[in-house]
Design a binder for this molecule. Structure first.
Ligand SMILES: [Zn+2]
Length: 156
């Protein structure tokens, strides 16, 4: 469950979508996503992230050399570009990879099986107006964990 708060009168709302609506209590503030109330069971991890070698490109059968994550012997291709900021989290056997590029206004979330590297699901948001639709106007200030929690709602 997400917690939402008016940025003027601080009235709290639960699971209020879409964000950025006018507060129904004070009629002047905007409703922002604050946090998720569930216990956070995601752990930030810092695996090696590197550009694919020609051999990686062959074995993954991708046309363009992208980036890969090295995780305990498993090489996982990800879609992040060189200038993206990559946040990696693990939660039980699931790996979440959030690539963000604030300058270019896009974001991608990829969800993998941590052991096999198999991709479960993925979502890409390519435009700033789309980011605002999903996350609200203050998406740039949001914690990666919060962003991942919100975006996973749209995955399954
Ligand atoms: Zn209000």
């Amino acid at each position: 469950m997400a917690l939402f708060k008016c940025n003027s009168c601080n009235q709290e709302y639960e699971d209020y979508y879409p964000p950025d609506d006018i507060c129904t209590k004070c009629n002047k503030g905007h409703i922002r996503i604050i946090t998720f109330q569930e216990e956070n069971t995601m752990t930030a991890i810092k695996p090696t992230i590197r550009i694919m070698t020609p051999e990686d490109t062959r074995t993954t059968q991708l046309m363009n050399a992208g980036s890969v994550i090295e995780l305990e012997g498993t090489t996982i291709p990800i879609s992040a570009g060189r200038s993206d900021q990559v946040h990696v989290f693990s939660e039980s056997t699931v790996l979440y990879v959030l690539s963000t590029n604030i300058k270019l206004g896009y974001m991608g979330l990829e969800v993998f099986d941590a052991a096999s590297g198999e991709e479960y699901n993925t979502i890409f948001i390519n435009y700033e107006w789309e980011l605002e639709e999903y996350l609200g106007k203050e998406w740039e200030q949001m914690e990666p964990v919060t962003i991942i929690r919100i975006l996973t709602n749209f995955l399954y």
